[in-house]
Structures are given as C-alpha cells and as structure tokens.
Design a protein around this ligand. Structure first.
Ligand SMILES: *Cc1c(COP(=O)(O)O)cnc(C)c1O
Length: 425
C-alpha cells in the first residue's frame, strides 16, 4: 500500500473491512449475536467507561454494523457514524444530542413527505419544533434562525422534485449562526455529493434507498464530520457539559471529534433503541460495494429519460436539477458535479386522471412507495406519500395533483422509455 489516498471506488469495497480474525472469512460476516463476552472484569469496566472501544450488546454496537458505520463515515469524509433502524430514525438520532425542549431546527421546505410530517407534527411531542422555509432564499433562512435554533436541515438533492441545494452557501449561514448544518444525502449518495466537504457537520441517510440499492433493507445512518466545536457556545450542553445521563461525562472534552458519535451510541442508541440489525447492515454493505457503478447508470438513464419526457407533448414539465431548464441546475456544478441523481417529478398535461392511468398501465415500472431501487419505480405523491400534507405544502414540495414521481432504475434505458411511452398513452 502507498500513502496515496484511495479512490471512492476502492473505499466503497474495502473501507472498514478486513478478513475476519477468527475464521479468515473475506466477506464481512453477519455477527448475529446479542452480547459479546468480556475478557475479564477490567475489560468490562473499560468498555462501559468508554476507555476502550469494543462490543458489549448489539443495541449499542455490533461488529457487522461497525463495518458499515466505518465504511459510510469514510465515503462521506466523516470522523464517525451511527447506523440506525431507518432513515427517519437517523433524523431523530441526528437531532437528539443537539436539542432540548423548546429548541427548534430551521429546515428547507423541499423535503421528503415523511420528513415534513416528522418535523411539523411528531417532534412537537419532544418539545422540539421546525420552521420550514425556502432554502434558495438566504434572507428567509437567516430570519428564521433564533436563539433556540440548534441546526439547519436540508436535502442535498430534494426528494421528490430533484431540486439541487447550494449546500456550501447554506453551510456558511450555519457557520455564521454557530450551529451545525445537517444534510440528508439520501437522493445524492456520497458518490454524487460530499456534504462534509461543502461544510456540513452532519449527514443523514435513508440506507433503505441507494446505499442498499435493491429494496431489501430498512435502515439509516448518521455521519458526523468531527469538525464542529460543540464547546464554542453554551448551545449544546449535552455534548459540551457534564451529561447526567452518562455519569456526568463531558463528551466533547473526553472524546473530541468522536463526541457526537459516542454520544449517539452511549445515550441515543442506549435509550432510544433505534438500532440497525446485523443482517440489514450486511445487505447494505453488499449494496455499497457497487454504489459508484449503479449511480453512474442511474444518472445516465435518468437524464436520457428526462430529456425524452421534456420533449413529449403530453408532458407539461419535468422537475429535475440535471436538466438545463431547471431553476436549480446552476447548483449542480457546486453540489453534485457528477450528476443530479435519478429521482424527479413529471407534470402531465391531462391532470390527476392521466397520472392515475399512467400508474395503472406501467408494466416495467413498479408502483411502490420507495425510491433508489435498481428497478424503476413510479408513484402519484399527491394521493400517497404526500397525502398528509396540506395543498399548500404539496405545491411547495412540487407535488401537485398532476405530478408523478419517478425513480429511474438501471435497466436498459430504451425499455424504460418504451414503458413510459405506452403507459402515458
Ligand atoms: C426515504 C427517505 C427518508 C426516510 O427513510 P426511511 O428509511 O424510509 O425511514 C428520509 N429522507 C429521504 C430523502 C428519503 O428518501
């Protein structure tokens, strides 16, 4: 091995994984064990005291899950990561160390529909709140930030409208406010977008989507850059002051760049229990081995199909940051130069009825509430994923009644186009 930093394509296969020391197994084994035997009483004491890193109990840490954590942290350029039971769990786990009752997060209004509901409804039960604003409007973001704001939150490429966020510009606003920027990098993946390099502190994923890549796992992950100074203000007492939930440990003083990650394991997973299981972690690791290859094909197919749709008289518009016609296209070179992902919306001229007919007539596309699968997927958001949003929220999210969401797969592109062509007819 040389000192030359390894490329993404190498790291997606190798980061975090070594032949199994006990058996030589080359693929990461599924350590389907709840507990791990301590060498002796001193070993047990050190593990519980966070003086030594190791495995205690799989709600907290597990060897298969640990490989996944290290791999995604490496691919995102972070210091550490915590895998979770779903993408939504990852969002709660990202906010948990930062927020107290009365605190708020300022978030983009271009969000996955489930996140809108989680942020505007469910987190209120914790005494937290979210202000949803247009993240293209710097003045609106700044105006929404107050003394109780503990994070900014956005998607690098927004689901479902394929809108590309200027992550570096948002990171600057977060820096000025002394708060972390959390980026949901699910639609872009670390292959297309590197939020930490652009200034983000935390990255969250629904591993359910492209990381696994074939619709077999529900999972999530939070990556911490390790770069945020939690002690620069008194905004983040759970990280920068003695934490009563962990015998008075000051996580930042004791663990430096790993403070957030250890807090998430030692308190977040311990008490919230949103843990990823070893089998899910194994499938996700398998998926990540081919992430770059899949994303190249996803992007190539998505652009070809989007251009075909845009030129079709039955189509009113296509909302995809990869098209020169898109308002957010100018952000592509800054945020995701290798491509704008493969999720977008298409508005049909003949309204909601045409959308329902198209969904009923597809043969190759699958009509499901998922995205980021190897197979092409279609859904009518207004009547499904986004039906719990108000009409105003639906329009803000770009999913009015005549809009379909497509997740373009890695099949032969001519077959994808042929299926849409016959279904829209
Ligand atoms: C699917 C999704 C989520 C939620 O992830 P789950 O694994 O379904 O909990 C969050 N953000 C984005 C952008 C998503 O696409």
């Amino acid at each position: 091995m040389t000192d030359q930093p390894q490329g993404f394509e190498t790291l997606q296969i190798h980061a975090g994984s070594n032949p199994d020391p006990a058996t030589g197994a080359r693929q990461t084994p599924i350590y389907q064990s709840t507990a791990f035997q301590f060498r002796d009483a001193e070993h047990a004491r050190k593990l519980f005291g966070l003086e030594e890193v190791g495995f205690i109990y799989s709600r907290l840490t597990n060897p298969t899950v640990a490989v996944l954590q290290e791999r995604v942290a490496t691919l995102e350029g972070g210091a550490g990561a915590v895998a979770c039971s779903s993408g939504h769990a990852a969002q709660i786990m990202a906010l948990f160390p930062l927020m107290s009752p009365g605190d708020n997060v300022v978030s983009s209004n271009r969000l996955y529909g489930g996140t809108v509901t989680q942020f505007t409804q469910t987190i209120k039960r914790f005494g937290w709140s979210a202000s949803l604003v247009d993240f293209d409007d710097v003045a609106a973001i700044k105006a929404a930030i107050n003394d109780k704001t503990k994070a900014l939150f956005c998607e690098s490429i927004a689901n479902p409208g394929g809108h590309i966020t200027d992550v570096a510009a948002i990171a600057k606003i977060a820096d000025e406010a002394g708060i972390p920027l959390i980026v949901d990098n699910t639609v872009a993946t670390p292959y297309l977008c590197q939020p930490i390099e652009l200034g983000a502190t935390l990255v969250v994923h629904s591993a359910t989507k492209y990381l696994t890549g074939n619709g077999t796992v529900t999972g999530g992950i939070v990556v911490d850059s390790g770069k945020f100074d939690w002690s620069a203000s008194d905004k983040f007492p759970s990280l920068s002051q003695p934490e009563p939930a962990y015998h008075g440990l000051n996580f930042h003083a004791a663990l430096g760049p790993m403070a957030f990650t250890f807090h998430s394991i030692a308190i977040g997973l311990r008490d919230l229990g949103m843990t990823m299981n070893p089998q899910g972690a194994h499938y996700t690791l398998m998926g990540i081995e081919t992430l770059s290859l899949r994303m190249e094909r996803h992007v190539e197919n998505a652009l070809t199909v989007a251009k075909w749709l845009e030129a079709d008289p039955r189509v009113e518009s296509v909302s995809y940051g990869g098209l020169a016609s898109a308002p957010s296209h100018e952000n592509m070179a800054k945020t995701c130069p290798k491509g704008a992902g493969a999720i977008y919306t298409v508005a049909l001229r003949n309204g909601a009825k045409a959308c329902e007919d198209t969904v009923a007539n597809v043969k190759l596309f699958s009509h499901v509430a998922n995205l980021g699968d190897a197979r092409s997927l279609i859904i009518h958001p207004a009547s499904t994923t986004h039906s719990q949003l108000s009409p105003e929220q639906q329009i803000a999210a770009g999913v009015g009644p005549n809009v379909l969401r497509l997740s373009i797969g890695i099949e032969n592109v001519a077959d994808i186009i042929a299926d849409l062509d016959q279904a829209i007819s």
